[in-house]
Design a protein around this ligand. Sequence first.
Ligand code: HEM
Length: 448
Amino acid sequence: MSGGKKYNYPESLPLLKFFWHAEAIRKNPIPFHRQFFNRYGDTFSVRLGRKKWLMLSRDKEVVEHILRKNHKNYYKSKIQTNFLSKYLGHGLLTINGEYWLQQRRLIQPAFHKEKMAQLVSLMQETIEKELSNLPIEKEVDVFPIMNRLAFKVVATSLFNVSASEETLARLQYIIQEVQEFLVKEVRLPHKGWWFRLSGQVKKHLALSEESRTILQEIIEERRRSRETHNDLLDMLLATRYEDTGEPMTDKQLIDEITILFVAGHETTANALSFTSWLLARHPEVQQEVFSEIDKVNHENNTLINHIGKLQYTKSVIDESMRLYPPAWITDRENLVDDDLAGFHIRKDTLVGISFYELHRHPDYWDQPNEFIPERFLGEAKKKTTGHYYPFGAGPRMCIGMGFAIYELVLAISYLVNNYELSTSVRQVEMNPLITLKPVSAQLSFRRR
Ligand code: HEM
């Protein structure tokens, strides 16, 4: 324990050691986290200054406390709010407090189950279009394919037919560029002066502005049109604040749309890429998925019921997101001093939660590093409660969870129903940026 008289923090990692490894941690923090957890315990701290501590945890009690029990005392950190909002604006992901609650209440209905039901056929159309002509019988990196698909699915769900191919391609380019640069800024704070001096900050702010102009034009055109499109934009335009009866301003609308693009596409692309690679690595699981789809295809179901029946396919996706959680880490800062899992922590402590480590914790999972989809089937699934959080937990849980699950099941089932997947990559490398991305997940597709 450490922290002086008043505060009591978990075992501390010496600051010197932290700085000693800083460059390597920046490149890939995952092996270091594992090493530090094994050495210092499931929650450890680093004292960054006289009044500033950092804590990192893979303890389910800590996660439960921060995300659910005492969530009101824990705000998203400045890394998530200030840094991201500089380029992405102030949408659900990057705001806190009263304003967040107001926006969440306003937007939540657009993601209700019955609204999602309207979007699934649009999703399915996009998936078919994007996946019907994959390169055959040669190994290709699957991530760019899935990234394009996931972007298209969010884009068509937001704008249905209102944006041209070129406009979407430009938007995708900008969002990608800005996101990549943002990660650089977060990871390499000591190079901030260089990013400013070399004009890179200016260039990326100009790109953000360009995407806002594109979104503004789409919104204005939609207002002029008299047709209904049954997409998210229609819903976001129609929604009203309960107290004032007013709609969102255009600035708010653009902020929220930008955030939906960012939060909704790379996460899903990662999940689709890791899941495809796992299926290619496990032909027996792939066969089981194929048999399930084949059986359900012969039944006469609505699309929503069809998705609901693909339980084995869903368990494969769940297990894939256990091993490779696309949102692999999150953080919070406490507004006032708090008692947390036996520790007494000062306000403004930066607390990181590693979903990646929680999902592979040997106390919570049998054979934690093995791919076993059956963990998520039937009664066995109950045992995963409390230490499985691919979509987070509590009031700030992912608003797009239902959307993402429909998309994942539809895309994976389309893929397996039409192709046999194989790979020569025995262990795919991970690149833990803001999301956990696969590096060179090479797959080969053969038509069935
Ligand atoms: C496999 C896909 C996805 C994963 C793994 C995922 C994961 C997450 C996680 C873990 C959080 C909570 C972060 C935290 O507590 O700090 C989150 C929040 C969020 N997600 Fe997702 N997400 C996915 C897909 C989507 C999609 C498709 C959308 C929208 C179309 C979306 C929109 C959002 C938004 C707006 C938030 C912020 C919610 C709030 O703070 O109120 N996500 N997501």
